[in-house]
Design a binder for this molecule. Structure first.
Ligand code: SIN
Length: 538
């Protein structure tokens, strides 16, 4: 049987068209006659075809990079495939760009900087507001695109569009509030000022887990204060980035202000780091890559913002409201199938409530429906790829070997592909991989503690410091514990706390800088001290 490759970027007279090609087999380790998989595959083929044709007619299905005003292929014609993680189907081919294309994108951004940084903040604000309006009016299509290339349930994908667009709206407003300072002078004939000016061209490297929101929370503040950007989205999920860039152009953001390159990640990274014209690197992704970028940025002394891996503790005290704790821990753990840097990675439960919590939590987890993100009621989509599943498997195996017990799940889902059963593991100890590193998957490890001091010690026993969650009904304890936690974000009796209006970022090896909120724009600004002397002359 021939499957249909959903979107083929064949251009005839500049138009995209659909064409049938043989399937690409990416999951050859799985039994080929797996019944649920073939059903799922047929269903998504239908969905994907409809979505593709709708996106195509609205012009949002872009499959080329954006270099200044030009939608461009890789100069050597090489492409990479973008696949639907729920089915393995190839949904598009995009250019595999490298050094040369990145250098041209940097030149376009550099050329555009002069005029973009000089127009008024009010004009930039208007363009951003228009972009926000377009993102919201295309929410359905963007949400579908996110589900198609990333796999998360459509409801979550639509939530990401609102969240992501929120950064553009927020920074459209903040653009008008980049105030400088006047400093009282120590000498009577001088006046001292501080100007805030855009850093220049920004290289923004973004991950696959939030194909839209991780871009907008970098590009929003950058553009608001007059910077121009070269964005490198993940090669796993570039289509949402390209659609957002198309909408940016439609919003009247001038060509060259937003550029998109994708493909050969090491080459693109090297070109961004080597260029003296790129004055800032902003990155969301793994700690290992973040460290390399930080070291690479030293060569040209660029500003760096890094949003890196976490190892979030979720502490449940005996005095917590059980329902609130279960609901909060479930949300914190299973958002995006566990694939966020702020997902609860260790659920640390006080001994008095441990058994009750473990039972109630496992029951809730059991109710999470796994499946294709386009199906109604699905709460857990596939993991992004086979490597992600293997990582989860190895962490669970390590925990079992060291004495932990799987109380729910613990294996690949019968749907096949990269679907994994939502899993709860009890009796997890600090030395296990599940405690030491981010699983980035749908596995919830439960650890036990006796005292508040012990909970804080366990929670802080990591090099990461991004998000932490605390469930307690004591106001005093919530203050004490929040102050003691070495983390950039703390949720008290809440499992999802990200918002464009609050600062997001980590301490220790979880990163540098903050995104979102009034603080987020500072990352894209330089301070300039101006001293006006000889004031007593005429
Ligand atoms: C991330 O996983 O890096 C971002 C999560 C969020 O914005 O809440």
């Amino acid at each position: 049987m021939r499957l249909i490759r959903v979107i083929e970027a064949a251009r005839v007279g500049g138009m995209m068209r659909m064409m049938a090609v043989p399937p690409v087999k990416r999951f050859s380790h799985l039994p080929s006659m797996h019944a649920p998989f073939s059903l799922l595959s047929r269903q998504i083929t239908m969905d994907a075809k409809n979505i593709a044709s709708r996106l195509n007619s609205s012009g949002l299905l872009r499959t080329q990079g954006l270099l200044g005003a030009k939608w461009a292929d890789a100069y050597d014609g090489k492409t990479i495939e973008v696949s639907n993680p729920a089915t393995g189907e190839v949904i598009a081919n995009v250019p595999c760009m490298g050094h040369k294309e990145t250098n041209d994108a940097i030149s376009s951004a550099h050329d555009a900087f002069d005029s973009w940084s000089k127009i008024t903040a009010a004009e930039r604000s208007k363009c951003l507001r228009k972009w926000y309006d377009l993102l919201i009016s295309h929410k359905e299509e963007l949400g579908q695109l996110i589900t198609l290339e990333q796999g998360k349930p459509l409801k979550e994908a639509l939530g990401e569009v609102s969240y992501g667009a929120g950064f553009i709206e927020f920074f459209a407003e903040e653009a008008k509030r980049v105030y400088g300072d006047i400093i009282p002078s120590t000498l009577a004939d001088r006046r001292l000022f501080v100007l805030k000016q855009p850093v220049g061209v920004v290289g923004a490297i973004t991950p696959w887990n939030f194909p839209l929101a991780m871009i907008t929370r970098k590009v929003g503040p950058a553009l608001a204060c007059g910077c121009t950007v070269v964005v490198k989205p993940s090669e796993l999920t570039p289509l949402t980035a390209l659609a957002a860039a198309e909408l940016a152009l439609r919003a009247g953001i001038p060509p060259g202000v937003v550029n998109i390159v994708m493909g050969n990640a090491p080459e693109i990274g090297e070109a961004l780091l080597a260029s003296p014209q790129v004055r800032k690197i902003t990155f969301t992704g793994s700690t290992a890559v973040g460290k390399k970028l930080m070291a690479g940025a030293a060569g040209t002394v660029k500003k760096v913002s890094l949003e890196l891996g976490g190892n979030a503790p979720c502490i449940v005290f005996d005095d917590a409201d059980l329902d609130v704790a279960v609901k909060g821990a479930l949300a914190a753990k299973f958002r995006n199938s566990g694939q966020t840097c702020v997902c609860a990675n260790r659920i640390i439960v006080q001994e008095g409530i441990y058994d009750k919590f473990a039972n109630a939590f496992a029951k809730s987890v059991q109710n999470l429906q796994v499946g294709n993100g386009f199906s109604d009621g699905v709460a857990q989509g596939p993991l992004i790829n086979e490597a992600a599943v293997q990582k989860v498997e190895s962490f669970i195996q390590d925990a079992i070997t060291k004495g932990a017990k799987v109380i729910l799940g613990g294996k690949r889902h019968t749907l096949g592909m990269t679907f994994y059963e939502p899993t709860v593991v009890s009796d997890v100890k600090s030395e296990m991989l599940l405690s030491r590193e981010e699983a980035f998957g749908p596995v919830a490890p439960l650890l036990r503690f006796k005292t508040e001091e012990e909970a804080i010690r366990i929670a802080n026993d990591t090099n990461a410091g991004l998000a932490a969650y605390v469930f307690t009904n004591s106001i005093q304890r919530s203050w004490r514990v929040s102050e003691a936690l070495e983390y950039g974000l703390v949720g008290i009796n809440e499992g999802i706390i990200s918002t464009e209006v609050a600062p997001f970022g980590g301490v220790k090896q979880s990163g540098l800088g903050r995104e979102g909120s009034k603080y987020g724009i500072d990352e894209y600004l330089e301070l300039k001290y101006v001293c006006l002397g000889n004031m007593n002359s005429n």
